[in-house]
Design a protein around this ligand. Sequence first.
Ligand SMILES: Cc1ncc(CN)c(N)n1
Length: 215
Amino acid sequence: MRPTDHLRALSGPDWQHATDHPFCRELAAGTLPLEKMRWYLVQDYKFIDAFTRLLATALAHAPTLADAVPAAQFLAVITGPENTYFLRAFEALEISEDARDTPAAAPTRAFQELMIAARHSGSYAEMLAVLTVAEWSYLTWGERHAPPAPDLPFWFAEWITLHSGEGFASVIAYLREQLDRAWEDLDESQRARVEQIFKQAVAIECAFFDAAYAA
Ligand SMILES: Cc1ncc(CN)c(N)n1
């Protein structure tokens, strides 16, 4: 079994919950209340900040230039089309600067802390564990709902297209391959730590969607 399949299996029912959440089902159906989407966008933009820094740090730890290039290209997507998606959605949904200034909610903080710890760990495998959960879980729900219905407003439709399709699938293939390879060089206690981080990241993905859905 691939190490990343082993890690996913360890996260058990949380994986299913994180990748088939009513929040995403309603988003794809266009029935998600806008207040929930506003909450999600404000909190997720805070997630993106720490995520971008973690991805940049993982890139710096890639063993070769060839291993770093896909991360650099993905970084350009996050800081390009994904960043402008947020800015356009804030404007279209009339989310003011003040509303965006709200403190990070508990699951956002938990994610930020996990990403900051991974970033400072010096361990490429730990960084990849968090990145892989974040992108693989999103690809899984994104693919369930792609392509978006043609009449869906862009703040729903583009969130699906950003997390589905060949280009995004190749990012997850890359992250999984990097983590599978890094895993081979870990000793038992390092593997246990990666397992714990992977499981924790999946649990926080669940908590993040639960909080957005309850907003
Ligand atoms: C909480 C969370 N997890 C993952 C992703 C996917 N980039 C995201 N935008 N937000």
